[in-house]
Design a protein around this ligand. Structure first.
Ligand code: UTP
Length: 287
């Protein structure tokens, strides 16, 4: 089996972010900051650290702040330079000319549909998908790429959750397990309590073969009336190698208000500059 190198990553950022209203009425959810960095920047940095060369955003209306974030900011840069301020915090965010690539999802018809909108740019290559509202600390994509380079085919994230939470997620039906790698025999979307085939949920990190785009071509809406990526991935099982990879690190679901606050607190406490102050305040607050 020839394992094609992974060069491209798709970032679906066209969702409406209704769980985070009113913050997301005029501002993209992916621009919410954890401490001082927007979610989208954490995700792009995670992909670049994993060797990704081409960044593809699937955007929609009202998302121009995302595009501006990765562009030159002439006024800001000129003023900062003139005032002798350090550029360290904004250097390196700007991508190389011609990148990122932006494609439009005209209507938020679901994650599967968003990924499909990138089909012309992905072409005949394997590609990663990163959902920026899930913040991963510990370099998840880099670990997944190392697994992909050995296994080929499709490699999706697999994270253990308590039995009481399996009904909230897409769940992996496991085959053979070898350390962090689990063979995937089926995918079940939000199984009813007590029926989950495992407690391995699928987080928002995927490495997929381009054939999933052909499946998405004819995909009908599934759960919630949305075109589901899980349904399309499920059809690849049995035809191509398909594995789950368990991450050694921390996941924060920042599309959810509670998860977002947890991420801010954890990352603030870990910082040398503000950590001690935040810790002292939290201790006072909690008595
Ligand atoms: P979510 O399931 O979190 O949906 O999408 P959402 O619409 O953003 O948020 P809620 O549920 O209304 O609060 C996961 C990721 O997929 C993208 C989102 O932008 C997010 O990064 N997405 C989702 C799209 O790009 N298009 C879609 O049609 C749906």
């Amino acid at each position: 089996m020839i394992i094609k190198p992974l060069r491209k990553a798709v970032f679906p950022v066209a969702g409406l972010g209704t769980r985070f209203l009113p913050a997301t009425k005029a501002m993209p959810k992916e621009m919410l900051t954890v401490v001082d960095k927007p979610l989208i920047q954490y995700a792009v940095e995670e992909a670049l650290a994993a060797g990704i060369e081409q960044v593809i955003f699937v955007t929609g209306r009202g998302k121009s702040a995302l595009e501006d974030h990765f562009d030159v900011s002439y006024e800001l840069e000129a003023t900062m330079k003139a005032r002798g301020k350090s550029m360290a915090l904004i250097d390196g965010i700007r991508q190389k000319p011609g990148s990122p690539v932006y494609v439009r999802q005209q209507e938020p018809l679901g994650l599967g549909h968003a990924v499909w909108c990138a089909r012309e740019i992905v072409g005949d290559e394997p590609f990663a998908v990163l959902l920026p509202d899930e913040l991963m600390v510990g370099g998840f994509m880099k670990q997944m790429v190392a697994a992909y380079d050995r296994l080929g085919g499709n490699v999706i994230g697999a994270l253990e959750v308590p039995d009481s939470e399996t009904d909230k997620y897409g769940i992996i039906s496991p085959g053979k397990q070898d350390g962090r790698v689990t063979e995937v025999t089926a995918l079940v979307e939000k199984p009813a309590r007590g029926t989950a085939p495992s407690n391995l949920m699928i987080p928002g990190r995927y490495i997929l073969q381009p054939e999933v785009m052909t499946i998405l071509d004819g995909q009908k809406p599934g759960a919630g009336g949305e075109i589901q990526l899980t349904d399309a991935m499920a059809q690849l099982i049995g035809r191509q190698p398909f594995h789950g990879f368990t991450f050694d690190g921390q996941r924060y679901d920042c599309g959810d208000k509670g998860g977002y606050i947890e991420a801010n607190l954890a990352l603030a406490l870990a910082r040398d500059d503000i950590g001690p102050r935040v810790r002292a305040f939290a201790q006072t607050l909690l008595g």
